[in-house]
Unconditional design. Structure first.
Length: 481
């Protein structure tokens, strides 16, 4: 009989899934035990002393995330792989921070599982020890992904959040670098401290130095009072330096001193101040190439990239687009007080085929415009501009290319669409737009909107004592697309 590689405990309320994994792992030479709840799993772990626990997240009673700290506290040397059918960043970060070895999604990729177990178990049956950080995860719910690349980034965030190392986030414009910086800070031990952002490209050098390090009263013309800089404001928290590649050589030297000596000197001050702010930087340029060209200090580059997180462009993770759309729509609906909750299937197809040169930021902008122009609750192709190269609408205001629309154009088009949908019914139009009747009349006059010939409106009747029943029935205009 072959020697067993090691002992594995599977904890999952799905009996069929447990049995399938058990059969596979046994053929790989492991001794496998099954439990169907966290409490059963803890009891089995006391009896079997497994080296590895495969733990499901969603189970009746105590969840896997709730049980994970108990396994790690009771059995400090045990390794845990979390499995789940759900794709969300919070669970991934929390699992990694509470000591999970890995986080695998259902349906389970057997090769991925085998690679992970092989990494855990050495050839002689001993486990490979890796350090994990424990802390409660908390993060913006707008970061969603099911792509392998993004799930690996979530794991990295979970591993580095509580470490004070400097992190450099790279990626094209609009990929979400600041969201990653927020995630690192909000899941760290210093989450209660401030998160202070600085755009290194937004100010000229003299103003940027004052903005970052502060100044004393009278330090320069206009310095009428002492002002703290962003590094001082970020005390006990994190400072996010966006577009770090745009720093001038002088500012690069000053930032290097902060990273090396943990101190900075405000303009006009005689004594330096200590800084304990964690530095997280981001860039959309190739800093290594900038170093080779002599445009960026090599010593500063190595100080910044202790840990590097690269965000792939959206075109390289198209499988994330559908989840991003639903999450972004929820946020946009809250901001605009709308209920645009559906998209036609051809829209989803177009969104997934488009290359998104502006990445997630461009996707968010496209959805914001679509919601602003949507007359009901369904986004159709004509609302997403030239992404699908659709035929231009027929009305004069809608014939303007989307990229040339001003805010005034968008407002006018939206009001006109709602009026058309409600057959120019004042009451229902006000209800959809969320405005008063006098405001609606002013908007119609301001935009010069005229009802089509043959449509009888109630816009001149302020009292609205009698309304046409057909208008009442068709007022909301929620037509299935």
């Amino acid at each position: 009989m072959p020697t067993k590689k090691g002992c594995i405990l599977i904890v999952d309320d799905d009996i069929a899934s447990c049995r399938t994994l058990q059969l596979h792992l046994r053929t790989e030479g492991y001794d496998v035990t099954i439990a169907h709840s966290v409490d059963q799993g803890l009891a089995a772990a006391h009896r079997q002393c497994p080296e590895l626990v495969i733990l499901d997240i969603r189970m009746p009673g105590k969840s896997g995330l709730e049980g994970l700290p108990e396994f790690k506290q009771t059995f400090p040397h045990i390794h845990v792989i979390m499995i789940t059918a759900f794709h969300d960043m919070d669970s991934t970060i929390e699992a990694m921070q509470h000591g999970a070895e890995d986080y695998i999604h259902k349906p389970i990729d057997i090769d991925e599982l085998d690679n992970t177990t092989a990494r855990i178990f050495s050839a002689d049956g001993q486990t490979i020890v890796e350090t994990r950080h424990e802390d409660k995860a908390s993060q913006l719910n707008t970061m969603v992904a099911r792509s392998h690349a993004m799930k690996e980034i979530f794991k990295t965030i979970g591993l580095v959040a509580n470490s004070p190392v400097t992190v450099l986030i790279t990626g094209e414009s609009g990929t979400g670098k600041e969201l990653v910086a927020h995630a690192i800070h909000r899941t760290s031990n210093n989450a209660r401290g401030p998160f202070v952002a600085v755009n290194c490209a937004a100010l000229v050098e003299t103003l940027l130095e004052s903005d970052m390090f502060g100044h004393e009263k009278g330090a320069f013309t206009g310095a009428v009072s002492k002002q703290p800089g962003k590094f001082a404001l970020a005390e006990n928290g994190a400072i996010f330096l966006d577009e770090i590649g745009e720093l001038s050589p002088v500012m690069q030297a000053k930032l290097l001193r902060v990273l090396q000596e943990k101190e900075f000197t405000p303009i006009g001050a005689k004594m330096p101040q200590h800084s304990n702010a964690r530095v997280i930087a981001a860039t959309n340029v190739d800093l290594a190439a900038q170093v080779r060209k002599g445009l960026f200090r090599e010593d500063l580059y190595y100080r910044l990239c202790v840990v590097t997180i690269h965000l792939p462009p959206l075109r390289e993770r198209r499988e994330d687009i559908a989840d991003l759309v639903h999450t972004l729509l929820a946020r946009i609906n809250r901001q605009m007080n709308r209920k645009v909750t559906q998209l036609s299937s051809d829209v989803i197809s177009c969104l997934e085929k488009y290359d998104w040169p502006g990445n997630v930021r461009e996707l968010a902008n496209a959805l914001e415009k679509a919601v602003a122009l949507c007359p009901g609750n369904v986004i159709t192709q004509n609302l997403i501009g030239n992404i699908c190269d659709t035929t231009t609408p027929t009305s004069d205001v809608e014939q303007i290319p989307l990229t040339e629309w001003s805010l005034e154009d968008i407002k006018k088009a939206h009001v006109l669409r709602v009026l058309k949908t409600t057959h120019w019914h004042k009451g229902h139009t006000c209800e959809i737009l969320g405005v008063s009747r006098p405001r609606l009349r002013r908007m119609i006059k301001h935009f010069g909107l005229i009802p089509p010939e043959g449509i009888q409106t109630d816009l001149e009747d302020d009292n609205d004592q009698v309304e046409n029943s057909s208008n009442k029935n068709s007022g909301l205009g929620l037509v299935k697309k």
